[in-house]
Write a new protein. Sequence first.
Length: 202
Amino acid sequence: MAAEDEAAGAEIVEIDGEPVTEDAPAEPEEAVIALPEDPDEAIRLLIDAVGMAQEAADRYLDDLRRLAAEYENYRKRVARDREDLVQRSTQRVVEALLPVLDSFDQAFAHEAQSPGEEQLLSGVRGTFHQLMDVLGREGLEAVPGLGEPFDPNVHEAVMGGGDGQLIVAQELRRGYIHNGRLLRAALVAVESTDPEESDPPA
């Protein structure tokens, strides 16, 4: 009878055609607290057990909160790194197009000598504005130039000068900003706006 009970708790499988008996997995044991007969002692023991369980639960909760905070920081870092990568990639493409934009500016400096040339320049201007619209959506903007106050942060003066307030008198090469970062300073000629500089001596 004992052999039958033992066989009932085992599983028979075949390996290479030979029967092999595997023991059935043991049932998990339930946590049991042995309570003393004294009611006061039993209550004290239960209170201690509840307190220990609460402390363990608090530790688990702290661990979960820490893991959640670490995951949130990781998620933000990955998103920030991805955004930086996209911006750097876009910036490289935009920088590669700056000579093309310079070519457009040189074409616009040419005065049309015939209706055919005027029509050609009109088409070039349309293409330029379309390209600038696309690049503008990617964060590209031109540095303010002619007539603007001279700003050494975005302007590079190569001609002119004077005392007092300086303004941009001529833009020799357009400058560009990409997503708030200076890609290239504008090459400019400057002049003074000081009235004493412009008035002839008496």
